[in-house]
Design a protein around this ligand. Structure first.
Ligand SMILES: Nc1ncnc2c1ncn2[C@@H]1O[C@H](COP(=O)(O)OP(=O)(O)OP(=O)(O)O)[C@@H](O)[C@H]1O
Ligand SMILES: [Mg+2]
Length: 356
């Protein structure tokens, strides 16, 4: 069907035609029209190229590789196939204009209910994304009850640089928290406008650098922090955390509804602390009732709690545990979800390269 070139090897036309039959499983378009095939090189019968992903945390790399190899097998005379990977997370131009920061995706971890594991999920999600090679920041937006530094195992941030705060860094994640700025034993009693300016400062007056993902750990409930965040930042979306009981889901639902009102996309629901004690099921039901994605459940595990208390999050301390695996899978789903959403409204993003 395809002609060989004069050295007897395969042609670029044949290779491109074959790859044009491979469909990106999330975006439902082919790799060639999405401009995802880069650095195509043909030497004799050997072919090498890079697949440019919308997120380094892409869960479907394996499928894309297998599909590409299968498609190329139909090219007569094909030799060795070498596939490399790269990622180009689209940048949100609105954030650049508004805050002067280069955040490609901003993901709030929320729940109408306290103590369900928002901070735990936020911390482990951030680390799991960083482990895929993405540049990740974590903003502790729980101004009155900041827990991120303890969970990340760092008590201080570095001295400021160029009149900007420099985020602390551990496990490949940059993070900032009000806990760095106040005495640990001092209660914070702040009114709405002060909370607003504190959150805004932690977004703007920090040397964040370029981030693929900024994860935001929210305080419980539906209050000033959530409002501020949605006003100040065009959020990519929120991950709603619930416990497995129906009563907890009712609270989580209030949180979900608030973001819906604020026109923040619901990226999906995570059920945390599943197992014998609290049972299981409310997360999946909540997701189904509100037609959002069920991102998965994280089992109740004492190592999760100890990891939080000791500054050794479960994905670092016990990367092979079921809880860590669950969080890694959730991270991949979240990354895939935001990249699909970003592409759908890609006129807000630079570069638009990925649209064919
Ligand atoms: N899957 C889990 N298994 C066991 N313990 C967990 C799990 N997830 C969270 N925890 C523990 O539950 C407690 C509450 O978690 P966390 O602080 O993350 O909740 P939160 O929703 O952020 O709370 P708040 O509303 O106060 O901000 C912590 O001690 C944490 O270590
Ligand atoms: Mg918390």
């Amino acid at each position: 069907m395809f002609k060989r070139n004069k050295e007897g090897g395969v042609t670029e036309t044949a290779v491109t035609a074959a790859l044009a039959t491979v469909i990106e499983p999330e975006l439902h378009r082919d790799l060639v029209s999405l401009n995802m095939i880069r650095n195509l090189k043909i030497e004799g019968s050997d072919v090498s190229f890079t697949i440019m992903l919308t997120t380094p945390a892409c869960p479907l790399k394996g499928k894309m590789e297998a599909d590409s190899r299968a498609a190329l097998a139909s090219v007569p005379g094909i030799g060795k196939i070498t596939i490399g990977w790269d990622a180009n997370v689209p940048t949100d131009r609105r954030i650049k204009d508004k805050l002067g920061q280069s955040f490609r995706n901003t993901i709030a971890v929320s729940s109408g209910k306290g103590g369900v594991g928002k901070s735990t999920i936020a911390v482990n999600l951030a680390i799991a994304l960083a482990q895929t090679g993405a540049s990740v920041g974590l903003l502790d937006a729980d101004i009155l009850g900041p827990n991120v530094p303890m969970m990340m195992g760092v008590a201080q941030m570095p001295p400021p640089r160029n009149r900007k705060m420099v985020p602390a860094e551990n496990y490949g994640v940059k993070f900032i928290s009000m806990a760095f700025l106040v005495q640990p034993d001092q209660p914070l009693i702040w009114r709405g406008p002060m909370l607003h300016s504190a959150i805004t400062q932690l977004l703007t007056d920090v040397e964040w650098g370029e981030l693929d993902y900024l994860i935001i750990d929210l305080p419980p409930g539906t209050s000033d922090a959530q409002l501020t965040l949605a006003q100040v930042l065009p959020l990519s979306g929120t991950v709603v955390v619930t416990q497995p009981m129906q009563v907890a889901a009712a609270d989580a639902l209030r949180g979900l509804k608030m973001f819906e009102k604020l026109e923040v996309p619901i990226l999906g629901v995570v059920e945390n602390m599943s197992g014998e004690f609290f049972g299981t099921g409310a997360g999946a039901k909540l997701a189904a009732d509100y037609q959002s994605e069920y991102l998965g459940s994280v089992p109740m595990d004492a190592n999760v709690r100890m990891g939080g208390d000791s500054g050794q999050p479960i994905v670092v301390a016990f990367p092979d545990s079921p809880a860590a695996n669950a969080i890694e899978e959730i991270a991949q789903k979240v990354a895939a979800r935001v990249s699909v959403l970003a592409l759908q409204k890609s006129n807000n993003f630079i570069p638009i390269e990925l649209v064919g």
